[in-house]
Every structure is written in structure tokens, then in C-alpha cells.
Design a protein around this ligand. Structure first.
Ligand SMILES: [Zn+2]
Length: 543
């Protein structure tokens, strides 16, 4: 990136000093660190340098009490909620994939048969058509009569697409080719600068270089080293710890690249090129760029939050963010840009790791439970298909069996509840037609209701106990629950006249977009139900 600076400084040489120091940002940068728990800011704090996370924490507005306000806590609904300022019951993205009862088929949140990807034909095209409402980027484009530019980039299509919204542009990495791609929803062809970036074959060169620890092994005191029973092996069964030799994957299995911290490096590099080539921040209206760092999610899933791989990833990301912020300083001046850093969800500890500490936890084999429940229903109500499909955590009943037999629907849902709730790890099974009558702690009930998009939802939803999750593996981990380890996320605001302040008021992920609206004096996204973080606005306006 260093070698680019002279070129970029030249590109922006025409920007006047007075406009660069304006308190209205020239560029808004969203840094979404996928699967980042709030606690990582503090767990690794003593190892962070002064320029990355610490700069945002110590010199910015730090919302320490920010949570997801919906269930389940997955990528699709997470990104959609950050950028639309509302919950799945309004924005229409209740999961990454779900069973669509209208077409009786499973669908993926950004799949779109009416478009095709450009740069790769491995998968169906991606677009935000299933997102029912506007994003903050859409509102910015509307307000400025299309003058503001909106871009979102990620390793994952869903992260880029749902962040960019309907009128922005999105690029994501195709794991097979190692190239950044987009879809015909956005563009007819890739710009020449993207093609030039891809021609560098960065992914292959990283695979050839491999992954070793950034610092001496003995300094990684906040995580566990190799040999753990609970670490996955995405680089092959014999690759158990550092240094990871990835050379055999170059040109062959490039998608392992996502499981390295260099997935963050390539995004920062691509963002820098994008800023330069698309001339972000050089117009009369603010532009918006979102970088959704996906490697943190891949690494967390595969290795688990207590692994040395995760710690090394955050220490490296800290340096990358520091370098990127210095680059923004050079381009726009310290108050010429606004950064917000957050996450789409947190993550659970590995259940076996917790068990070793005598902490109550466990795996839940939901498919077996559903099969047993279906057997029970057949023996009780007759040999018909009673559960049409199960797409965790949602149960869809087979309406035709209920209509054919005339059996009271409530009698069936009561038996399903009774049957499933007897299994270890299951907290509650809720009937969505009578959810207000269910006995459940109020905030958990609200999160559940917020997560249900009624046009798509099933009939019943399962809630597991804290530290229990559905899994097919004893290694790694996952997320998706409505408890704090999955819902408590960082939220840092920096630049644009913001002064150092620690905040502990209750903030929801859906408050981010309306707060950006307030800073920019533009309308909130059309479905927004979030609230403006007033103390941040007061902070900005303090002399
Ligand atoms: Zn995620």
C-alpha cells in the first residue's frame, strides 16, 4: 500500500484545505469485522499498537453496550440490520438461507436468478433483491441526487451485497479464482482497475508464502496453541499449528485463503485501490465505503475464539487498520472522514472447551431431535408427514396434513413443544401464532419477534440454552443464539470532529444507520426503527 501513496496524494491534490477540514465527512468508512465480539477490544488491548483499534477506542466514541436486537444472529440479518437500521421482521433477511414456504424451496439471502455474476460463473448471480427496504447508502444516493458514491467490499457476497444496498456497488472475492467479482445487478463488466488488481494473483502469492505467527509464540498468552482438541484443520488434517505451509493450495484450492488473516490484507489493499480509482471523497457530497472483513469469521468458525490463530488474526488486523487510518489521514485530514467499526454478530466458545472447565455447555443434534419428534407425531396423530421441513431454528408444519385430518393445530404444536423441550440443551420451543402468550424473558421474546419476517417464517421456533448450539463437529464453533456472547458487538466512531468518550448506554445494531443519517442530515433508511445515538451527536457538536 505504501507505494500507492504518492499517486493518491497527487490524485487528491486539488482538494482545498478548508474543505478537507470540514466537519462533514468527505468519506464515511464502515469497518465491519465479521464475528467480532466486543470483548476482543479489551482481551487483546495490551497487544494492540497505538494506531489501530486503540486509536479508534481512545480517540473516538466507544459504544460499549451495543447488541443485536433480533434472533437468530447470523451474517445476512446482521449486515442488513446495520445498514437498514431495522430488524429482520421489517428488512426481510431473517437468516443466511431459509425455507421459503411460498415456493417450497430453500433460498439463499442474496441469490438472484435474474442476474449473473461477472468475473466468475461458478455460482448463481447475487443481488439485494430480497432486501425489502433501503440502506443508508440508498438514502445517501437519493438525498444527493446520485452524486454520492456507495461501495461495499468483502470476501463474502452476502456481506458486500447487503451492505451496498440497492443503488450502491458491491465487490466480493470468488474463492475459486481468487479474483474480486461483482454481478450484472451492479455492472455490465468489471472496471479495468479491478481486472488489473485481479491480474496480480495476490491469493496465489499469499498461499505460496504461508502463514506464520506475527510475534514470538510465547507472547500469545490470551489464546491456546496447537494440539487443542477443539481446533479445526482447514489446511488439512496434518496441519495442526504454525507455521502453516499453504503452498500446495496455490492455484488449486484457493478458497483456503479465506481462513488466513491475509483475507483482511487483500480487502484493505483493494479498498485503497478503489478509493483511488473511483476518486472517493473528491466530490461535493460524502461517499460511503464499507469493508466487511470476513476472514475473522472463517477463522473463528474453524479454530474457535480461544485459538492462537484468532489472536494472531486480530493482532494483524490491528496493524492493517492502523495503516489504513494513516492513509485516510493523508487523503482527507483527520476530521475529513468518519469511521464506524462494528460487527454483524459475536460467537460462542467451543462447547468441549467449556466442558473441560466444568462450564455447562453442549452440542445439540437438532436433526435427530426433529426425526424423533416426527416419529412421535406419527404415532400420536397418524402416519402422515407432520413437519414439512426444519431449517434451524425454524419448524414448518405440513398444513395439508392438518387440513386433511382436521386435527386441531394447537394439539400438534403442544406435542412438538413437549417432545423437543425434554432434550438437553433446549430452552424453549415457541409457537409463533401465540408468541405473546409464551413464558419467556421479555428481551429474549422481543429479539425473537424482531427476527421473524412473517411472509417467510415457519410455525415454531427453537431456542437453545446458553452455551448450547447445533453442530456437526466437535471442533471450531458457531453463532446464532440470542445470548450476549453472540449479540454483544463493538461499535466505535472516529473522525469527523468526534471527541474521546466512553459510552455505556443501551444501543442496538439498528441504531447505527439512523445515527449516520443524523450526522449527515439525510433521511433515515425508509424502514428504520433504530434510534439516533444522541450522546454521539452531542459529542460531535461540542466545541
Ligand atoms: Zn458473520
Amino acid at each position: 500500500m505504501k507505494s500507492l501513496r504518492p499517486l493518491l496524494v497527487t490524485l487528491f491534490a486539488g482538494i482545498s484545505i478548508s474543505s478537507a477540514q470540514s466537519l462533514k465527512p468527505r468519506l464515511i468508512v464502515g469497518l465491519v469485522v465479521d464475528q467480532m465480539r466486543w470483548e476482543y477490544l479489551y482481551k487483546f488491548n495490551s497487544r494492540f499498537g497505538p494506531d489501530g483499534f486503540k486509536r479508534l477506542m481512545d480517540s473516538g466514541f466507544n459504544c460499549n453496550n451495543t447488541h443485536l436486537n433480533f434472533y437468530p444472529s447470523h451474517d445476512g440479518p446482521g449486515y442488513a440490520s446495520i445498514f437498514t437500521g431495522t430488524v429482520p421482521s421489517i428488512h426481510g433477511i431473517p437468516a443466511n438461507s431459509w425455507y421459503d414456504k411460498n415456493i417450497r424451496s430453500e433460498v439463499y439471502c442474496v441469490e438472484d436468478e435474474t442476474v449473473r455474476n461477472i468475473g466468475s460463473d461458478r455460482f448463481a448471480g447475487s443481488s439485494p433483491r430480497r432486501l425489502e427496504v433501503n440502506t443508508i447508502g440508498d438514502e445517501l444516493r437519493l438525498f444527493t441526487n446520485h452524486q454520492s458514491k456507495v461501495f461495499a467490499i468483502s470476501l463474502m457476497d452476502r456481506a458486500a451485497v447487503l451492505s451496498a444496498g440497492h443503488s450502491g456497488n458491491a465487490y466480493w472475492l470468488d474463492g475459486g479464482s481468487g479474483n474480486f467479482i461483482s454481478s450484472t445487478f451492479y455492472l455490465a463488466r468489471l472496471p479495468s482497475w479491478v481486472e488489473a488488481f485481479n491480474s496480480r494473483q495476490y491469493v496465489d502469492s499469499i498461499c505460496k508464502a504461508g502463514w506464520d505467527l506475527l510475534y514470538p509464540r510465547s507472547t500469545y498468552i490470551y489464546s491456546n496453541d496447537g494440539g487443542s482438541l477443539y481446533k479445526g484443520t482447514p489446511f488439512g488434517k496434518t496441519a495442526l499449528s504454525f507455521p502453516y505451509d499453504l503452498s500446495s493450495f496455490a492455484s488449486v484450492r484457493r478458497n483456503v485463503f479465506s481462513y488466513t488473516p491475509f483475507g483482511n490484507t487483500i480487502l484493505i489493499d483493494f479498498a485503497t485501490k478503489l478509493i483511488s480509482n473511483e476518486k472517493l471523497g473528491s466530490g461535493d457530497t460524502p461517499d460511503l465505503l464499507t469493508i466487511a472483513f470476513s476472514s475473522t469469521d472463517y477463522i473463528g468458525h474453524a479454530f474457535n475464539p480461544n485459538s492462537i490463530e484468532l489472536e494472531d488474526t486480530y493482532l494483524r488486523l490491528d496493524k492493517e487498520i492502523g495503516s489504513f487510518l494513516r492513509h485516510l489521514d493523508e487523503l482527507y485530514g483527520k476530521d475529513g472522514y468518519l469511521v464506524f467499526l462494528t460487527s454483524d454478530h459475536g460467537v460462542a466458545n467451543n462447547f468441549g472447551y467449556l466442558k473441560d472447565m466444568n462450564i455447562n455447555s453442549g452440542e445439540v443434534k437438532m436433526n435427530e431431535i426433529i426425526l424423533n419428534t416426527e416419529k412421535y407425531l406419527k404415532s400420536t396423530f397418524g402416519d402422515l408427514n407432520w413437519i414439512r421441513t426444519f431449517n434451524y431454528p425454524m419448524i414448518h408444519l405440513n398444513d395439508s396434513s392438518i387440513i386433511t385430518t382436521g386435527i386441531d393445530r394447537k394439539a400438534i404444536t403442544e406435542q412438538i413443544k413437549k417432545n423437543i423441550e425434554q432434550y438437553d440443551g433446549v430452552l424453549k420451543v415457541l409457537d409463533l401464532t401465540s408468541i405473546s402468550d409464551e413464558l419467556l424473558e421479555a428481551s429474549l421474546k422481543t429479539k425473537t419477534i424482531n427476527g421473524i419476517f412473517s411472509k417467510l417464517s415457519g410455525d415454531m421456533i427453537i431456542i437453545l440454552k446458553p452455551n448450547y448450539y447445533e453442530t456437526f463437529s466437535r471442533t471450531g464453533t458457531t453463532h446464532g443464539s440470542l445470548f450476549s456472547y453472540d449479540t454483544h458487538i463493538p461499535l466505535l466512531w472516529y473522525g469527523c470532529g468526534i471527541k474521546s468518550q466512553k459510552d455505556y448506554s443501551e444501543i442496538n445494531i439498528t441504531d447505527i444507520a439512523p445515527t449516520i443519517s443524523a450526522i449527515l442530515n439525510i433521511p433515515e433508511p425508509n424502514g428504520s426503527t433504530g434510534h439516533i445515538i444522541k450522546d454521539l451527536l452531542i459529542n460531535i457538536n461540542k466545541k
